[in-house]
Design a protein around this ligand. Structure first.
Ligand SMILES: [Zn+2]
Length: 501
């Protein structure tokens, strides 16, 4: 990686939070070549030539890892109305469409800026380009993260069925003029998209320790079986991780049974898609059999509680996932469906939400559990567990420094509990990635934020103005989509099983 400090750094005087131990203790750290070279008890001698980094009154944590987001939707903060997931997808062509190649880089930077300022040092980014992903688009997204100094897995979102085609019966339920409108929105064939993916994976120009490519067939119902198999073959050939939204809404679960005659998870298992390199986002409408399948395959779930609340998607039973042996990481999801990319909020929500799953407090997630999910669990989902996610000798020095003098940590009774239950990111003083300081005194050192802000505001205006006709067209159809989808979720509308993929 570029810009790794040449001199070793000795970080002295801080408290350190260790995810694997679920504990906080005083320790000094030696950083060499961007990695943690030693962890010693306070006061133990560190090399004289090392640059001294004073961590007095600081809590040091590993960088938080966002296991699920979408940088192309960083343009759409505050745009989403009272939308379910389906209405969010229906409006996708204007909230996330109409972007150009420069926007890929800009929006990756915007996403990175927000995450870095909130203590997140790596993310899993699922990026949409229509009608098909492009090598240039993915490379530009990756360059945005690299310029910000942030790690990421960048994956093209893949689909050969549109939202209106994916839910059996939806398109035919619309009035004829609306059918014509949605039919006009087309996606490339799976062959065309897979050829683009092959080039993305084969020609990836960036340092994979910082930013690596993956594949994201976006939603099971949105991809033909042939597309899924092709994506799996490419992922195996290039050692790329896979990611998909799985059983995010009740409508998806119902539609999956109608289309496949089996649960979405069982269907993917039958196709041979699942494995330790597979991350299922959301996983709300999963039963015990589905969880057993995911666990048997060593797959991860990216839990996105804020997005699940915002879209009214339901409550993911994370304690049941953990009990079944499924790996769990935490994600914010996109700015359009959870408005923020703040893993502190996500940790707190995940912890609170687990309390609704059981009357027995022994079943609840603890702050130690969710801190572990937001670090080691998410790192595993990214396939970067050998590089990041913990404070351990040999891992990268991706570190967050929090001021213990803020109101969140005063009085200081239990740093880990206060980190999860009281902190929102405002105590962050410094963020390091690979030993390089990317945030100092609350400011980004790698990004000219005022300039970025001006460009973002200008592009948001331009893009949404250009997308206004499409927005109006979709708004006219929205009541019909809403009627069908709400009816399906409420059981007023039933799907005939088609059992065809
Ligand atoms: Zn998502």
């Amino acid at each position: 990686m570029t810009n790794v400090p040449k001199r070793p750094q000795a970080i002295r005087g801080g408290l350190v939070a260790f995810p694997s131990e679920g504990a906080v203790r005083a320790a000094d750290l030696l950083i060499e070549d961007g990695r943690i070279a030693a962890i010693v008890v306070p006061g133990e001698v560190l090399p004289d030539e090392a640059e001294h980094v004073d961590a007095t009154d600081r809590l040091i944590t590993p960088g938080l890892v966002n296991a699920h987001t979408h940088s192309h939707l960083a343009i759409a903060k505050g745009v989403s109305r009272s939308w379910t997931l389906e209405l969010h997808l229906h409006n996708g062509p204007w909230t996330g469409g109409g972007q150009n190649l420069d926007d890929r880089h800009l929006l990756a930077q915007a996403s990175a800026a927000e995450m870095l300022l909130k203590g997140c040092t790596a993310c899993y980014d699922l990026v949409l380009e229509l009608p098909t992903p492009s090598p240039d688009g993915m490379f530009a997204t990756a360059a945005g993260y690299l310029d910000a100094g942030m790690r990421a897995v960048v994956t093209p979102m893949l689909a050969d069925r549109t939202f209106w085609q994916a839910i059996p019966g939806l398109r035919d339920s619309l009035p004829e003029s609306a059918q014509a409108s949605v039919d006009a929105i087309r996606l490339a064939s799976s062959d065309v998209s897979l050829a683009a993916c092959e080039r993305i994976l084969a020609e990836w120009p960036h340092d994979r320790a910082m930013v690596r490519p993956g594949l994201a067939p976006t939603i099971p119902l949105h991809c033909s079986d042939e597309f899924w198999r092709g994506a799996r073959a490419l992922a195996d050939r290039f050692g790329a991780p896979m990611h998909a939204h799985l059983a995010e809404s009740k409508i998806q679960a119902i539609s999956g049974r109608a289309r496949y005659g089996a649960s979405l998870t069982a269907h993917l298992d039958r196709l041979g898609i699942l494995g330790p390199d597979f991350t299922a986002a959301h996983g709300i409408w999963l039963d015990a059999d589905d969880l057993a399948i995911l666990a048997r395959n060593g797959a991860s779930v990216a839990h996105n509680p804020s997005s699940n609340f915002r879209l009214g998607s339901g409550i993911a039973n994370v304690p049941a996932m953990v009990a079944a042996g499924v790996q769990v990481g935490l994600g914010s999801d996109a700015c359009s469906c959870s408005d923020h990319q703040n893993l502190f909020e996500v940790m707190r929500l995940a912890c609170y939400l687990s309390r609704t799953a059981s009357f027995d407090p022994d079943d609840w997630l603890t702050p130690g559990d969710v801190f572990d999910m937001a670090t080691r669990g998410s790192a595993q989902a990214l396939g970067m567990q050998d590089i990041i996610g913990d404070i351990r000798v040999g891992l990268a020095a991706d570190l967050v420094f929090l001021d213990l003098g803020t109101v969140n940590f005063t009085p200081l009774n239990d740093a880990l509990y206060q980190l999860v239950f009281a902190e929102e990111g405002r105590s962050i003083t410094r963020v390091m990635i690979g030993g390089r300081t990317v945030v100092e005194d609350g400011r980004l050192t790698t990004i000219d934020y005022p300039a970025l802000r001006n460009r973002l505001n200008a592009r948001a205006q331009e893009i949404f103005a250009a997308n206004a006709p499409r927005r109006a067209e979709l708004a006219a159809i929205e009541p019909f989509v809403k009627h069908f989808c709400v009816g399906l979720a409420q059981g007023r509308i039933e799907l005939a099983g088609s059992a065809q993929a």
